[in-house]
Design a protein around this ligand. Sequence first.
Ligand code: SAM
Length: 267
Amino acid sequence: MTGHSSSTLHTPSIALRVSAPHLRPQAHAIAQRWGLPLAGDAEADAPEFFLLLSDEHLALCQKGDDAPGPVFVDFVAGTVAHRRKFGGGKGQPIAKAAGFGKGKAPTIIDATAGLGRDAFLFASLGSEVRLIERSPVVAALLEDGLRRALTDPETAAIAQRMHLLAGDAASLLMALPEAERPDVIYLDPMFPPRQKSALVKKEMRLFHSVIGEDADADALLPLALQSARERVVVKRPDYAPWLAGRKPTLAFATKKNRFDVYVIKAL
Ligand SMILES: C[S@@+](CC[C@H](N)C(=O)[O-])C[C@H]1O[C@@H](n2cnc3c(N)ncnc32)[C@H](O)[C@@H]1O
């Protein structure tokens, strides 16, 4: 794992709080590692958005009674676990797009890791996955989720195949040595939601307020096409145009999303 990027392009300063005093040393280490400020314990003193470390997890929270969230990474239970067990395995559109077939699982770089759900799915299907995330707040959440997944017998083997690289994907891909090129590069940059209303999932709203939009995402496609050996897969909402306006070789649709596939070499 590398140190975090100096770029906090999209991340307002998010302070870290603890739910109980015995967690202060651990919070101190997390704050230092990710360059995050520490806040006082009283909720009243907390800024609007903050990270809260409890005995259970590290979570992104927003102040206020009707605030969305909290957002934390959970690979062991909840929707991610459900998707692993009942999501359709290699037959689901995201897996077909990434080229999972009967043969060996592809090696993957997920260059926009976010909360790591898609990366976890790839790893659960057998891939070694490198996860690149540039927001220190999101990377801290991801690292916390991976740490917990490593201690659970149901997810430990999967989490061992997931390797977090904190930093900007554009720079990391440009510096990628030949021997470390993956079979597949996966991109899922933020895209503005169609409705700004309560219909947008609460969790997504909180995430959007903190991370913002990945307005520079178009630039990742040519870099990914140079760095992947076999294909680049781009996840888009069904109403979004092609990334960088570039027509894919093929696409797999789900109810709300599209996986645009740019084939470099047949698997
Ligand atoms: C929509 S989220 C990805 C969600 C993810 N696919 C999942 O399953 O949880 C996009 C993430 O990519 C990150 N990101 C966008 N551009 C990036 C870049 N150039 N380098 C590293 N991370 C980037 C954002 O900070 C954000 O956390």
